[in-house]
Structures are given as structure tokens and as C-alpha cells.
Design a protein around this ligand. Structure first.
Ligand code: NAP
Length: 254
């Protein structure tokens, strides 16, 4: 496929890198010049003269514009029937997208971003779309959602994913402060969390049973969890994720 990208920033770079095995051609919007030039040099992407030139040149368009102004940018462009436009902008609804890019077809997506560059990040799509599912399959597992409410809920993981990288940095910083060298601290955190992620993916046990299995009565996991619980550290993730959900889907607030 020839994929046009509007918004040549971080996410665009991650997805171009991750999708390389798909053998697509990419046409990039010209803003974000340093990023576009780098992607042109590394992956042979073309850089268009304008946003409209991207739209005119491609049947598939991926929207990686800043969420705040992206819809307004799209409303200023002319799309044609038969084009497939996929938004990765947090918070843009399907109705907003359809109104902005009609008569083209709109699909919503959400993904962690950087993990997709290593073909290891999940992508959520709404509604199901075979062209975009095939594109994102090169960037990690694809999950097609069948209803708007489920997509809204899963889209929170875009923020949860980013915040979990900060959590990993926070954990590594503690080991560094206690004397481990930065490379060892970073690796230890990554290997530990990757190992636990593998348990969730490969074990058939329910999550509660897995938690029980890793907690020795009276041991250090129990102590750590008790302290975190007293500080409200785990519950604060739920409160913060609910606020993200309400920002992206205000109707869920009531
Ligand atoms: N980063 C992630 O991992 C991630 C993950 C999932 C979803 N997203 C979503 O992806 C979108 C982009 O995020 P990002 O992190 O990639 O942001 P970013 O690095 O700031 O990239 C946005 C790019 O859009 C360009 N741009 C701004 N206005 C434009 C316009 N009118 N026409 C053409 N290009 C324009 C910017 O150019 P200038 O530099 O010249 O302003 C910049 O290169 C957001 O909506 C975000 O919600 C991001």
C-alpha cells in the first residue's frame, strides 16, 4: 500500500519503522522537517509539498497530527470517496472524523507508539477494517473493536502505556540511587516486567491465582504491597485512568 502520513512526528516515525516488513511506500507531510528528512534517509519515504499533496497521492492516510488541532487541519483538506483514513489522535471520535474527512472512510486506532517500532505494541482499531488491520499487523498484535464504548475504554491504554514507561524509569532510578549502574538498573527493570508480562500471556491461571502464587505469606512482596496500599499508590492509577477516559469520552462522566 502507499500510505500517506499527516503529522510527521514521534508516532509517525515509530509506525514507519515498525511497518517496514509490510513493504509499503510512505508519503509524509512536510512539517516536522528533521523527522521527515530522517525517515526519508532511513526508509526511503517521500516527503510531499503540502498536507493536501499527501491526501491527493494516497488512498490510505494515517493521521498522526496533534490531537488538539488535528480535526481542524483535516477539515481544511479535501478527501475523496474510496480513501481510507485512520486517525491515531487521542480523543477524536468516529463522528468527528467522519465529519472532517467525508466522503472518505474513517477508522480510529490507538497504540503505545514506541513499542510498535519494534513490532511489539498492540493496536486497537474501531471499527474493524481489513486494510488497516493488515497494515498494523506488522507493528504488533491487532485488536478490532466492534463497539464505540469498548474502543473508548481500550484507548485509555495509550496513556497507561506511556505512564508505565515513566513508572519503569522511576523504578530504575531507585536502583541507581541505591548504587546499581544505570545500564544494570534499566535492564533489571525491563527484564523483570517483560518476564511478568510473559506470565500473563502464557499462563492459563486466573490473575488472582498468579498474584497469590508470587506472594509468600509474610514475605517482601506482601510488605511492599501493604506499603503501596497504605499510600494509595495502586488505586491512584485507577483514579487517573478514569480521568483520562472522561477527557476522551466526556459522555462517560455521568
Ligand atoms: N507519541 C506516541 O507514542 C503516540 C501514541 C499513540 C497516539 N499518539 C497520537 O499521535 C498524535 C501525534 O503524537 P506525537 O507524539 O507523534 O506528536 P509530535 O511528535 O508532536 O508530532 C506531531 C507532528 O505533527 C506536525 N504538525 C502539527 N501541525 C501540523 C499541520 N497543520 N500540518 C502538518 N503537520 C502538522 C508537527 O509538526 P511541527 O513539529 O512542525 O509542529 C509534528 O511533526 C497525537 O494526536 C497523539 O495523541 C501518539
Amino acid at each position: 500500500m502507499k500510505i500517506g502520513i499527516l503529522g510527521t512526528g514521534n508516532l509517525a516515525a515509530y509506525l514507519v519503522q515498525g511497518a517496514q516488513q509490510g513493504g509499503h511506500q510512505f508519503v509524509l507531510s512536510p512539517r516536522g522537517t528533521a523527522k521527515a528528512a530522517d525517515l526519508a534517509a532511513r526508509f526511503g519515504c517521500a516527503v510531499a509539498a503540502s498536507n493536501q499533496a499527501v491526501v491527493d497521492a494516497c488512498d490510505h492516510i494515517l493521521v498522526c497530527l496533534p490531537a488538539a488541532e488535528g480535526l481542524a487541519v483535516l477539515r481544511g483538506l479535501t478527501f475523496r470517496a474510496g480513501q481510507e483514513v485512520c486517525s491515531a489522535m487521542a480523543g477524536a471520535s468516529l463522528e468527528d472524523m467522519r465529519a472532517a474527512i467525508g466522503p472518505a472512510t474513517a477508522t480510529l486506532s490507538m497504540m503505545p507508539g514506541y513499542a510498535n517500532a519494534f513490532s511489539a505494541g498492540p493496536t486497537f482499531l474501531y471499527p474493524a477494517n481489513s486494510d488497516w488491520a493488515a497494515f498494523f499487523a506488522a507493528c504488533g498484535p491487532v485488536h478490532e473493536m466492534t463497539d464505540a464504548r469498548s474502543f473508548e475504554t481500550t484507548a485509555v491504554f495509550g496513556g497507561m502505556s506511556g505512564a508505565s514507561v515513566f513508572l519503569m524509569r522511576h523504578l530504575a532510578a531507585w536502583y541507581e540511587a541505591e548504587g546499581l549502574d544505570p545500564a544494570t538498573a534499566r535492564r533489571l527493570v525491563a527484564e523483570t516486567l517483560r518476564g511478568n508480562a510473559e506470565v500473563l500471556l502464557q499462563s492459563n491461571e486466573p490473575l488472582d491465582a498468579i498474584c497469590k502464587g508470587v506472594t509468600t505469606p509474610g514475605g517482601i512482596t506482601e510488605q511492599l504491597l501493604s506499603d503501596l496500599g497504605q499510600d494509595g499508590a495502586l488505586d491512584s492509577w485507577h483514579r487517573a485512568m478514569t480521568r483520562v477516559l472522561h477527557r476522551m469520552a466526556p459522555a462517560r462522566k455521568g
